[in-house]
Ligand binder design. Sequence first.
Ligand code: FRU
Length: 496
Amino acid sequence: MNDSSLRHDKQVRQANAALLMAIDERQKKDRKDPFRLDYHFMAPANWINDPNGFIYFKDKYHLFYQHHPFSAIWGPMHWGHAISEDLVHWEHVPIALAPSETYDEGGCFSGSAIDNDGVLTLVYTGHAPNRKPKQVQCIASSPDGIKFEKWMNNPVIAFPPPDGSEEFRDPKVWRSGEYWYMIVGTSFEGNGKVVIYRSSNLTDWNYRGTLLESSGMKGTMWECPDLFTINDRAILIVSPMDMEGCKNRCIAILGEYDEANGKFMEQEWVDLDYGTDYYAAQTLLDGKGRRIVIGWMDMWGAKAPSAQYGWSGAMTLPRELSLFPDHSLCIRPIIELQKLRHTPRLYEDFILNSETIELPEILSTRLEMQVELDLRRTTAAKIGVHLRSSADGQEETILVYDSKYETIKIERNRSGIGDKNSCSYKVKNGESVLKLQVFLDQSSIEVFINDGRAVMTSRIFPRSDSRGVRLFAEQGTATFRSLRMWSLKSVWPQAD
Ligand code: FRU
């Protein structure tokens, strides 16, 4: 082993040892923890943010992630690592990357994974806030897919481009024909942008210019880019900071990609998720040809009440991306999640008339719910469901459809001890049926709207005894075609 591998090895061993202790500590608190999720991916303990290196490699799914194994708040970034055969059940394996070199002394920031002729290879940003430049692009690889060595010739991109800035991070790399391509998020004169490079050997990179940039209001810095095609459409995912007055968003830009010239022609911008807690999404292409996306289910600056129980942050459910016949983006939960269903319930063709009904005996902390509302036979001003509501009426999360404004809203102002802001989505005009598919886990809610037209994700932090589920219609009738529900199994050993 050379000096660099020895250094890295030592740092990884220390990080794994710290994590083992943190797991122990967390497990001691686990029985009292009302927030630990049952079927979402989380780090075994402590802090997690962006998904990294999400790849289908040798018939398995690998998920790496931004991780601080030393505490439940953000700190010098490591890459955690987990492996799955079905994207639902995960095995935690040792930490893959730890800061160990001058170029990444402040952290191994986000990046991607590639299959380099059978060798699992990671491309990440070395972050060194006290050096100039502070962010450079680096590579590490592993003969066994578990233990990674940083390349001797790191950084492979040592400076941001002249039309970029020192905010220069989150490389996504892929192969096309005889070249490797890399896109990186950056900014120039206050506008977010994505730049593109090309290489034939992963070490020497030629700068090809700006792939796409904000023309003003679309964010001051674009983080975590990803680029792929589905059928005839190219899709560029970016996570802009400060877009349209909003702190952070995660956007899919649909358009055309000109590989020869390294340009992206934008046609349509959609939020990959309209909730409060979704960021830094990354995709993979799996053996079945599916484009799967996973995002960080949290947000910068959000309250993290689970930190008191020794962990913070999670991933969303994996979602499959496809195109509707009208070529717009379709986002649906992966089919494998159906394996978790048990105790089904079905209610068909019923009407609520300015009333609220309690749904009895439902394991509401781990629930999937599908609702079909016949809008043509619905006059109510608001139709919705109170979730995780307490018997004393103090707590509840409200998922509501406002028929006048045709908006779906997740109201969190009485959801518990987390943030109180709400989020909403305007459904397309003229739909005759409203379909909602809701996934509730201990401290999360994900709502898929109209078979994949949009998704909303939020974290909620209710008391563990707030478990009521109530359906309501206000000021008129609501005609339900069906309401289906399942309790969901846990994928982690501690529950069930
Ligand atoms: C996005 C991000 C990335 C960066 C990482 C640091 O959430 O800010 O741009 O690489 O998180 O943890």
